[in-house]
Design a protein around this ligand. Structure first.
Ligand code: FAD
Length: 418
């Protein structure tokens, strides 16, 4: 693996994941001719994470197919990558990044793209063999081997990764329980109607849920997990436990360098920190988001890619604030869930399509205005929704409820008068 490290680079990108690579590629597309140095602690080329909880564990996606760009492409575009070595400190006074192996790299501008990491189970039993998390390719390799041998699987957390993994495990013939503290699946991200639909479908596939559940301990008398004990006395059998209870921004290195951190590295709409020589993008940053009406940290491929482009454009002298419509997808069994906008806090909904046939979209409104669209197996609706939500005046609840409402007509550009 490449260990190329320049002693000094015009742009240093810390973190060689989705956002960091996008920033590097976009810099070249913008015509940036300076030196670009990426530094990543994983000993592999930058790769896409979404298939790790989907096709990779089903054997449908190979490790090679995960790679975002081959080494030859990085060489061709003169993007240097030091892989398999962590940065340990940022010295903002001398503009240097210090690495765990003792080397250092000076920067003209530093882009922090360190992503996020999984939240660990800190209760009893988290250290037992057979208790796993999923963030990296290395995690997925371990999980794949554990799944092969497992009979009883418990997933802690009914978020996207937990449910995607539950669907894979059920499809591979395992007994699957999902334990969730809230009263519905994906509670922080989707409307109750979509939660109810996905719960039904997972149950049909054989997944069993325990909602409103508190975990007493993960148990295993011989150092290997055998079950998950719930408050109330029930113990669910398990020879594999996947803990999927959310992510934490990798922002410590920025905080230690004196940069503001508040659930992520604080940046402005151009992805710049308070230090004009340092930017932050992707999962690790907390940015102002026009669709949220405030600051937020997003963990999505769309966010990582768009913020990589925003920082590159700014460094190439063409600043454009970040105002992308947030969108996200999750594949769970034969269901493709796609979300555009943010539906949290919505107070009215209109459903189009056929719920029974698992092909429908839910349009969510807040104070009469469209704020988000959740689609199940209707990718066309998601494409249209992303365009419609970017319009200065998206449709109102009244318009969507009216007979003959058509997303396609709304997304068409206005006809130019002759
Ligand atoms: C299993 C899984 C499934 C997902 N599915 C979806 C999906 O279906 N749809 C979707 O939109 N999103 C999905 N995501 C989220 C998406 O992958 C992330 O939002 C995206 O990867 C964020 O990109 P990033 O560059 O900010 O972070 P990452 O891709 O995590 O890259 C950050 C890199 O920086 C490295 N790093 C951290 N600290 C240091 C350091 N000190 N020195 C050097 N390197 C460092 C990290 O190890 C990592 O390699 C999924 C994520 C996972 C884990």
């Amino acid at each position: 693996m490449s260990q190329v490290l320049a002693p000094q680079a015009d742009v240093v990108i810390l973190g060689a994941g989705q956002a960091g690579l996008q920033a590097a590629l976009s810099l070249r597309e913008e015509g940036f001719a300076g030196t670009i140095q990426m530094i990543g602690d994983e000993p592999v080329l930058p790769y896409q994470r979404p298939p790790l909880s989907k096709g990779f564990l089903l054997g449908a996606v190979t490790e090679d197919a995960l790679v975002l760009r081959p080494q030859a492409m990085l060489d061709k575009t003169d993007i240097r990558l030091a892989a398999g070595v962590a940065a340990t400190r940022i010295d903002r006074a001398s503009r240097h990044v210090l690495l765990a192996d003792g080397r250092s790299c000076g920067y003209g501008h530093l882009v922090i793209a360190t992503g996020s990491r999984v939240r660990r189970w800190t209760g009893q039993g988290g250290e037992l063999a057979g208790v796993a998390t999923l963030r990296t390719l290395a995690d997925a390799r371990t999980l794949g081997a554990l799944l092969e041998a497992a009979g009883d699987v418990v997933v802690i957390g009914a978020g996207f990764i937990g449910l995607e993994f539950a669907a894979v495990a059920a499809k591979r013939g395992k007994q699957v329980h999902v334990v969730e503290a809230a009263d519905r699946v994906m509670a922080r991200a989707v409307t109750p109607a979509i939660s109810a639909f996905f719960r039904e479908r997972h149950e049909i596939a054989g997944v069993q849920f325990r909602f409103g559940a508190a975990i007493e301990a993960i148990v295993g008398p011989q150092g290997r997990v055998t079950g998950v004990a719930l408050a109330g006395g029930e113990t669910l059998p398990a020879d594999l436990v996947l803990v999927g209870i959310g992510g934490i921004a990798n922002a410590e290195i920025a905080a230690e360098a004196g940069l503001a951190v508040d659930n992520g590295i604080v940046v402005d709409a151009l992805m710049q920190t308070a230090d004009p020589a340092v930017s932050a993008i992707g999962d690790c940053c907390n940015h102002p988001n026009p669709f949220a009406g405030g600051r937020m940290r997003l963990e999505s491929v769309q966010n990582a890619i768009d913020q990589g482009r925003v920082v590159a454009a700014r460094l190439a002298g063409k600043p454009q604030p970040y105002h992308a419509v947030p969108w996200f997808w999750s594949d769970q069994g034969d269901l493709k869930l796609q979300m555009a906008g943010l539906t949290t806090g919505c107070d009215a909904q209109v459903t189009i399509g056929d719920r029974d046939a698992a092909r429908f979209s839910l349009l969510a409104f807040r104070a009469g205005q469209l704020v988000g669209v959740e689609s199940v197996n209707r990718p066309g609706d998601n494409m249209l929704a992303r365009r419609i939500l970017a319009l200065p005046a998206p449709p109102t609840y009244g318009e969507a409820e009216a007979a003959g409402f058509d997303l396609k007509a709304l997304s068409a550009p206005p006809k130019v008068q002759a």
